[in-house]
Ligand binder design. Sequence first.
Ligand code: JFZ
Length: 479
Amino acid sequence: MIHRFHLSLVHLFLTASLVQSAAGADTAADTGKSLGDTSQVKIRDGRELRPPRTDAAMERWRDNRFGIFIHWGIFSMPGGVVDGKAVPGAAEWIWTSYANKGRKAEYESLAKEFDPVRYDPVAWAKAIKQSGAKYVVFVTKHHDGFCLFDSKLTDYDSAGSKHGKDILKPFVDAVAAEGIDIGLYYSIIDWHHPNYTAKELKTEADHESYRKYLDYMKGQLKELLTGYGDVKLLWFDGRWDASYKNNPQYGKDVEEFCRSVKPGIIINDRVRAYDSFADYDASYERRLPEPAKVLNLDWECCMTMPERTWGYHADPDGAGWKTPRKIIGQMAECASRGGNFLLNIGPKPDGTIRDEELQRLAAVGKWMDVHGSSIRPTRPAGLDLTNKNHEPGNGVFATIHGDTLHLILTQWPDTDRVFLTGLKRKAASAELVRANGSIPLKVDAESRKEGEMQFITGLPMTPPEGEAAWEIRVKLQAP
Ligand code: JFZ
């Protein structure tokens, strides 16, 4: 099935600006205005906002809630260090440090040397499985253009390197064997391809040349969608260059092409030139939506473990490595607000995963073994139990599944109680869930002007030790 939208782009933009000016340019509120024939398609922030998909594949993606992102490539080899100096920021952007010094060829020669002798995709898949994640998004080609799969369309790939083999294939096989869903990251930006340009396409010749690059892209996407098992998700990135950004017909074409090759595929918004959210909003990069924002669309937050880098950096800058509590809190906050959480690792050039990352994957996994049902397959409970100005991932986050309400706490309360502000259903019982025996709690209520306010009480004065985050599990009476 190919998604079709019976409205022209001109109509889309016209309507978008009308609706936007009516609603105020800086509000992200869903205006709810319908567009005649296309009554299902709305506009938000000037972008096409489709009704949430209701098919099984999309429900499964929502249920998964937690995934692992993998940034790996020849950019991992310098590890953020050029001429012995650590370059702060994202190690996967190190190409720019070479290019700025006129040393592009030197960077590209890394492709021949790429030789991850300790690459063990089965071990990777096991570490991911143990983290409790249910899907992966693997970088098949980043902005530098180097491909981690054996592409017939280029030799600038892992098969043309010293390694001499397809990296992706054994990985997708190992991941599939663990029952983990496969997503592939593909960069639109390509600093290697001769027909790629970042610049505005001014002449017909510019367009003609750029379309050769788009054909290359589509050819590779077809390889990825047909040769690597049951790919569930395409994660596009790098739409901000003028060539792509200012020609929304190209993004629309790429999206439709992928859907024609693999009907039912899930595609993130970055495939499009800021004119559509596609299946979901993946713009929450190293940040969560503002607490007050009601999104009414599927979304995902992707997060680094150190402050800024996605690719392996020998010396990551910033505030150091996030604690497991911080990571779990951010994941819980995402779940409590209907979003997925995609946690990144950046493997080393030898093919191993660094200890800082393995430790965090294991710690999150240990927590998920006991508390995983508080994350998936849950939906937001719609309770607002945390200060609006809280630090992302720090507070009390509420999810629900069937008759079970989960409260995930990253801070131990000052009192012996937690108020269930906004809970419409009746709480029947509650417990503090722990690996080594849960602690029963009490449900009580007090009358207030606004009506009866339920609360959980009987919490121990000091927080039970050994928990990366705490969980109160509440049984609700049948509605
Ligand atoms: C992009 C890449 O440039 C980066 O290297 C990494 O792969 C990351 C996951 O994606 O970076 C972005 C993309 C989008 C935004 C910010 C950084 N954004 O929407 O704010």
